[in-house]
Write a protein that binds this ligand. Structure first.
Ligand SMILES: Nc1nc2c(c(=O)[nH]1)N=C([C@H](O)[C@H](O)COP(=O)(O)OP(=O)(O)OP(=O)(O)O)CN2
Ligand code: ZN
Length: 160
């Protein structure tokens, strides 16, 4: 739209996961330092003397919202679909688990993140999630259905 500007804030978080049934090495329990690019879009505020004049949104407000609505839950957690053999042990020994109930591919993770950030009322344009330095997935906010992402859910999410 005329006059709109995109702004981006970048985050990293560390998580473990296991793609049960994968034909290759990702069937093993392993971890990633994920890089998350959150792109917001809007018209910069016009308001003389306002703290946010010229901002689409203050970067520090983006940081606080993404931290609270997402990263506190995912960082240093085991990202679980629910079918991982190690899950019961992790839960019983008090390890941090984010029970997501979908297969934790980077495609599904990026759709989940976009949905959560839309729910947090950010003027989201897109998210790009880097799983490794050479592999990423991107989801546009406009492509997330109102009722949530189209991945298959295997149970309830512990994040609602
Ligand atoms: N389309 C997808 N393919 C793969 C996913 C995924 O989420 N979506 N995930 C994995 C593994 O979890 C893991 O990310 C390994 O990815 P890969 O790029 O193969 O990792 P490498 O370290 O081998 O990367 P190189 O840079 O090629 O060394 C697998 N596939
Ligand atoms: Zn992986």
């Amino acid at each position: 739209m005329m006059g709109e500007v995109s702004v981006c804030k970048i985050f990293t978080f560390d998580s473990a996961h296991q793609l049960v049934g994968h034909k290759g090495k990702c069937s093993n329990l392993h971890g990633h330092t994920y890089k998350l690019e959150v792109v917001l879009k809007g018209k910069p505020l016009v308001g003389e003397g306002h703290s946010d004049e010229g901002f689409v949104i203050d970067f520090s407000d983006i940081k606080a919202t993404v931290q609270e609505s997402l990263l506190d839950h995912l960082d240093h957690a085991f990202l679980a679909m629910g079918n991982e053999p190690v899950l019961e042990t992790l839960v019983n020994t008090g390890s941090k688990v984010a029970l997501l109930s979908f297969r934790t591919t980077v495609e599904n993770m990026s759709a989940y993140i976009a949905y959560r950030l839309k729910q947090a009322s950010l003027p989201l344009y897109s998210v790009k999630l880097w799983e490794t330095p050479t592999s990423w997935a991107e989801v546009l906010a406009a492509d997330i259905p109102d009722e949530g992402p189209s991945y298959r859910l295997y149970g309830g999410c512990d994040c609602e």
